[in-house]
Design a protein around this ligand. Structure first.
Ligand code: NAP
Length: 307
């Protein structure tokens, strides 16, 4: 029996693992792929405090993930690969079933399963995913050196990714459906001041066209529809929570898990942290903060069993 099982090893789960291990809890992290979560898709992490090599260079998301993982493991947290397919609350514990493997038990569970990309849902998007349509600039940007690249969205991700892609091409078109960005001002200003990025407000991508790979997009702008050449479309239109197998949890209208300020969900002993949690602002630093707060609450919960 573990004190706490943490499901997911993105920054929220890794921070929870560190804090749990340092609180002398028996803590197990279960992760489907590799530690890091969405960190693994970030080329350069510029806004995580202290994460810089020198005044010009920050570490990559991959490097930060490795450091977080190593630190939690060195402090005594256990890690294993597996997909959690069911969690059941029993009288004084949770039964956590790993697909194709055993069932493990813990006094408390911290859900840190994160979020995934939302789709545009337009013709051509699915057909050309991997053949010009992408959701990850650091993963696929280098394939489009010198090419005409469209980016869809108006939030932090779209601005971040457009700026990152301008390393590879002088011809980036950022298409946003509104007349202003949703992104933080610093990220929006960086895009607006980047000569390699053309911003098209009040514009939607209606269709992605191609033959084996993308060759154009159909746009709608001020009621006018037209086709224009494109080599790639990076879709950055938000996130939705990863599925978590406890249907009775209270969620918001978009499916994110609702917690109180101690990270407690609607089920005593079950906490949620990071991008899977209903929250107004999602950053690496807020995910890490969530992990620390959840452990603080979980320690009190677990201690209540020892009287
Ligand atoms: P987001 O903030 O939800 O923004 C999504 C954008 O996509 C919005 O501008 C939205 O338009 C647009 N959109 C949504 N559905 C669309 C559709 N069907 N067609 C066209 N446009 C559509 O999502 P995000 O930018 O992925 O960011 C997610 C979270 O991660 C945020 O909390 C963000 O702060 C965080 N993040 C932070 C950083 C950073 O600090 N460096 C980087 C990346 C992400 P409307 O504006 O019209 O709704």
């Amino acid at each position: 029996m573990f004190d706490v099982i943490i499901v997911g090893a993105g920054p929220a789960g890794l921070s929870a693992a560190l804090y749990a291990a340092r609180s002398e809890m028996d803590a197990l992290v279960i992760e489907r792929f590799a530690p890091g979560g969405q960190l693994l898709n970030i080329g350069v992490v510029e806004n995580y405090p202290g994460n810089f090599r020198d005044e010009r260079n920050s570490f990559s998301g991959y490097e930060l993930a490795q450091k977080m993982h190593q630190q939690a493991e060195q402090c005594g947290a256990y890690f294993r690969i597996g997909t959690v397919e069911a969690i059941q609350k029993e009288e004084n514990r949770f039964a956590v079933r790993i697909a194709g493997e055993e069932t493990l038990y813990a006094r408390a569970v911290i859900v840190a399963t994160g979020a995934k990309h939302r789709l545009l849902g337009i013709p051509g998007e699915k057909e050309f995913t991997g053949a010009g349509v992408s959701y990850c600039a650091p993963c696929d940007g280098p394939f489009f050196k010198g090419k005409k690249i469209f980016v869809a969205g108006g939030g932090d991700s779209a601005c971040d990714e457009a700026h990152y892609l301008s390393r590879f091409s002088p011809e980036i078109v950022l298409v946003h459906r509104r007349d202003h960005f949703r992104a933080q001002k610093a990220l929006a200003d960086r895009v607006l001041n980047n000569p390699k990025i053309k911003v098209e407000f009040n514009t939607r991508i209606l269709e992605i066209r191609g033959r084996e790979k993308v060759y154009s997009v159909m746009l709608e702008q001020n009621g006018r529809q037209f086709e224009t050449a494109a080599d790639a479309v990076f879709v950055c239109v938000g996130i939705e929570p990863e599925y978590f197998p406890v249907p009775e949890l209270v969620r918001d209208e978009s499916g994110f898990i609702v917690t109180d300020q101690t990270m407690l969900t609607s089920i005593p002993g079950l906490f949620a942290v990071g991008d899977v949690r209903a929250s107004p602002f999602r950053q690496i630093v807020t995910a890490a903060g969530d992990g620390a707060v959840a452990v603080h609450s979980a320690v009190a919960f677990v201690d209540s069993f020892s009287g």
